[in-house]
Design a protein around this ligand. Structure first.
Ligand code: 5GP
Ligand code: ZN
Length: 112
């Protein structure tokens, strides 16, 4: 499958990994929008949050546990943001489910 994040998960394309287990990989965003900007993905190809099924409940839950662990490791004690863009109107550009973990600066809300 021609999916850039599947290729990152299988190490076909290099990335700066910050976390990996059998189901999940997390790596630095290529175009960071904050001092810390990590993408957390399931290794399984899921197109978007809208395609999550009952089979994925465990890995989705685990992604949030991993996010908290990475945030602690990277010193985000003042807080952070977890973002998922889902579908065209949200601006999703990579069609493999991913969660942005961003921190290290004050965030604005609502996001544009
Ligand atoms: P989206 O806009 O779909 O929510 O986020 C996609 C993110 O993936 C963007 O922040 C973009 O910078 C990042 N990205 C796209 N291609 C690559 C890549 O090849 N490597 C890495 N590390 N990040 C990528
Ligand atoms: Zn994929």
């Amino acid at each position: 499958m021609d999916c850039i994040f599947c290729k990152i998960a299988s190490k076909e394309i290099p990335s700066e990994k910050v976390y990996e287990d059998n189901q999940i990989v997390a790596f630095n965003d290529l175009d960071p929008q904050a001092p810390v900007h990590v993408l957390i993905i399931p290794k399984k190809h899921i197109q978007s949050a809208d395609q999550i099924t009952d089979d994925d409940k465990e890995v989705i839950g685990k992604i949030f546990v991993v996010a908290s662990k990475i945030a602690k490791e990277l010193g985000l004690e003042n807080g952070y943001r977890i973002v998922n863009n889902c579908g065209e109107d949200s601006g999703q550009t990579v069609q493999h489910l991913h969660f942005h973990l961003m921190g290290g600066r004050k965030m604005h809300w609502p996001a544009g």
